[in-house]
Design a binder for this molecule. Structure first.
Ligand code: PXP
Length: 248
């Protein structure tokens, strides 16, 4: 049986980081989103941080109106961000931690420890037709919490896997991602993954059948300096497709 298509969400936050280093309007993250579409992206991801360090409110407004790909809004679990999401009604909202106390040791959202805060938030986003995902560490307790919260999607944090100090630790982290992806799918959750992925690390994650979407940003924008944005995305798309085809 062939694995379902693996979607690529391109995170354009760091186009805005470069723009904001000087102020002004260049480079424009919306232009990057259009280019990502041409290069084979299946979605655009943008994180409106509470401190607005990269993506701005105006960027979200323009992305909502001007791009045809589905927009995945990454947001903290706050009333302010909830109001913004309900105003723009993006295709998807991914709840991410911004403060230390909201995170697990690995940096994922502590969904299991914040059920009270997250229950109404996930409910209101879902009622508005926004597909909610929770950015969590690859841990069964967090997946159980996502199910209890009725979030349809989880995004597994690949940071510990990408940052592993040696091959042994990387394999350990890959095993944790594999277990979490399989367990999440067995619960009926749609499983995504992301954070820190590069051409060197994407293959084994892309090969996991249960994973339906990868969200990748920093590496693609960095690599674009050398090869251009379309090419950096095309090469990532090709690396994902190759890994998926080998695994099939
Ligand atoms: N997924 C989520 C939930 C994230 O917060 C980020 C980083 O903003 C990414 C994926 C992409 O990570 P990176 O920029 O390291 O590829």
């Amino acid at each position: 049986m062939t694995a379902p298509k693996l979607r690529l969400g391109v995170n354009i936050d760091h186009v805005a980081t470069i723009r904001n280093a000087r102020g002004g309007a260049h480079p424009d993250p919306v232009r990057a989103a259009h280019m990502a579409e041409k290069a084979g992206a299946d979605g655009i991801t943008a994180h409106l941080r509470e401190d607005r360090r990269h993506i701005s409110d105006a960027d979200i407004e323009r992305l909502s109106k001007e791009i045809s790909l589905p927009l995945n809004l990454e947001m903290a679990a706050t009333d302010e961000m909830l109001a913004i999401a309900l105003k723009h009604e993006p295709h998807a909202a991914c709840i991410v931690p911004e403060r230390r106390e909201e995170r697990t040791t690995e940096g994922g959202l502590d969904a299991a420890g914040q059920m009270k805060l997250l229950t109404p938030l996930v409910g209101k986003l879902g009622d508005a037709g926004i597909r909610v995902s929770l950015f969590i560490a690859p841990e069964r307790a967090q997946l159980d919490a996502a199910l209890a919260l009725k979030a349809p999607v989880v995004e597994l944090h690949t940071g510990a896997y990408c940052d592993a100090e040696d091959a042994t630790h990387r394999l350990m982290e890959l095993n944790r991602l594999t277990d979490a992806a399989k367990y999440g799918a067995s619960l009926g959750l749609e499983v995504h993954a992301g954070h820190g992925l590069s051409y060197d690390t994407v293959g084994p994650v892309a090969a996991l059948d249960e994973i339906r979407e990868l969200n990748i940003g920093h590496f693609l924008i960095g690599e674009a300096i050398f090869v251009g944005l379309e090419e950096s995305i095309r090469l990532m798309r090709a690396a994902m497709d190759k890994a998926r085809a080998i695994a099939a």
